[in-house]
Structures are given as structure tokens and as C-alpha cells.
Ligand binder design. Structure first.
Ligand code: SAH
Length: 250
């Protein structure tokens, strides 16, 4: 049997947001590889082997998956959201790039998923309807000074932002430091959304302004959206406003 490697984005959480293409790939896999909370989201299948690893061991996990595929297994590497957005797809290609020459001959299929930024933006209206960027606030794999520089130039250039990995136990202060830098550039009324566990049972979505934004609203399962001077609120009596990016900039 010839092996294959799927790299699958599972979506933000709700099983209804797992694409039929991803479900089909999961059904074909003999082996699932991923961080524990993601692997448990795949439906159980008799005979399918689950290889659960720690969240920080991405490159080792990718190499393990490639070794199994090279040995003839059908392996699915799992990520939350979209596997290509701060997910396992880059780790797999980095492992191929630096690894065994034979891995370049493997069949590899990346299956797109619904990234957290799209699920979060859809909850509040059309937050990312015009130019935007996605930035991970994690400084595990890049210097913090570079994170701040990217935030600064993105704000100056008028990009709305989706901030991934805004908070963790090991990185408690970064988000407030990011807000401080953004306050130097963007108006105080700039809309900010804290979208936590979007599409899951304990989903929380909180809409505020940059002036009021405070990191205690965020945890590891939060995506933070930061708007621009153009981002608009549509107020609704007794309900949360809609937030949208106008289609044009004067
Ligand atoms: N590949 C994933 C991102 C993985 S990085 C994707 O495309 O969505 C992990 C970060 O993603 C979390 O810290 C959080 O910022 C965000 N995230 C993932 N799932 C989320 C969800 N259901 N709700 C809100 N944010 C989520």
C-alpha cells in the first residue's frame, strides 16, 4: 500500500464547520497525529490509531507523521481552524524541506479549514471585509520586538487585524503591551472584539473599543480582532451592535 499524508484543518470547533472534504480525509486515515484536544475532535473509527502529542512538539510530530506515511500508512495531521494559518502545514513542509530526500516523493494533500478569524468575524458582522492581516502574538518562534514592529506597521497602513495566540499562562503580558502600541497609532474608539471559543458551547464574544480593551478578557482560546479608523458599528436597540468594514476607503 502506498502511503499518503493529509494535513487537515478541523475548523473552529463546531462539527458543522468541519468541511465534508476534511471529514472524507479523516475517514481514509489509518493514523491521526496532533495535539490532544484536536485529535479528540475527530470521530472515533475502529482500527484508526491516534498519536497524541504535546502542543510544542510540532516539528517532531511532523517528522513522525512523514515517517509513517513513508512506511505506507495514510496519516492525517490535524490542526484547529485552517492548518495553514499558524497550524501544522508549515511544520510539515519545514520537516520535508530539512528532512529525508525521499519525503519529497510522498503524496501530500492539504485540506483547507475555517480559520478562527473567519468564524469570529462572521459572528459580529463583516469585521474583515476590507484589507486585513493576521498576526500571532506568540513570541515562542519570533522575537517580541518583531511582533511589535508588525503591529505598528499594520496599524499605520490601515489593516484590520486578527490577533492569534493573544494570551497564555506563559505569555500573560503581551496582549496589553500590544494594545499600548496600537493606542499610539489608532483612534481610541477603534472597535476591538474578543472572540473566545467561537462555535463551541462556551463561546463568548465581547465587543469594545481600543481605549477600553484589556487583556483579562482573553485566554488561550480567544481571537482578538482590532479594527481601523474606518471600522463601523451598527447599533441595535437592546442587542449587540454589528461591526463591519466599509467596502471603500476615501
Ligand atoms: N490554525 C488555527 C489557529 C491555531 S493558533 C486557525 O486557523 O484558526 C491557536 C489560536 O487560534 C488560539 O490562541 C486562538 O487565538 C485561535 N483560535 C483557535 N480556535 C478558536 C476558536 N474556536 N475561537 C477563537 N479563537 C480560536
Amino acid at each position: 500500500m502506498s502511503g499518503k499524508l493529509f494535513i487537515i484543518g478541523l475548523g473552529p470547533g463546531d462539527a458543522a464547520m468541519l468541511t465534508p472534504q476534511a471529514a472524507n480525509a479523516l475517514a481514509q486515515a489509518t493514523d491521526l497525529v496532533g495535539y490532544g484536544p484536536y485529535v479528540v475532535r475527530a470521530p472515533e473509527r475502529v482500527g484508526q490509531i491516534r498519536h497524541i502529542s504535546d502542543n510544542r512538539e510540532e516539528l517532531d510530530r511532523a517528522r513522525h507523521a512523514l515517517e509513517m506515511a513513508a512506511a505506507g500508512r495514510v496519516v492525517a495531521v490535524l490542526s484547529a481552524g485552517d492548518a495553514g494559518v499558524f497550524g501544522m502545514a508549515s511544520a510539515v513542509f519545514e520537516a520535508i524541506d530539512k528532512g529525508e530526500p525521499a519525503w519529497r516523493g510522498l503524496e501530500v494533500e492539504v485540506v483547507a479549514g475555517v480559520s478562527a478569524m473567519f468564524a469570529a468575524a462572521a459572528r459580529v458582522g463583516a469585521f474583515l471585509g476590507h484589507d486585513f492581516c493576521a498576526i500571532s502574538l506568540s513570541d515562542n518562534l519570533k522575537p517580541w520586538a518583531l511582533v511589535l514592529q508588525r503591529l505598528r506597521v499594520a496599524a499605520e497602513a490601515g489593516f484590520a487585524m486578527a490577533l492569534y495566540n493573544p494570551h497564555s499562562g506563559a505569555r500573560p503580558w503581551q496582549l496589553n503591551a500590544a494594545f499600548e502600541v496600537l493606542r499610539e497609532i489608532l483612534p481610541p474608539a477603534t472597535p476591538v472584539v474578543f472572540a473566545t471559543a467561537v462555535s463551541r458551547a462556551d463561546e463568548r464574544v465581547y465587543i469594545t473599543t481600543l481605549a477600553e480593551a484589556e487583556s483579562s478578557r482573553a485566554d488561550m482560546r480567544t481571537l482578538v480582532l482590532v479594527g481601523t479608523a474606518e471600522t463601523k458599528l451598527v447599533e441595535r436597540p437592546g442587542r449587540e451592535p454589528w461591526v463591519y468594514a466599509p467596502r471603500s476607503v476615501a
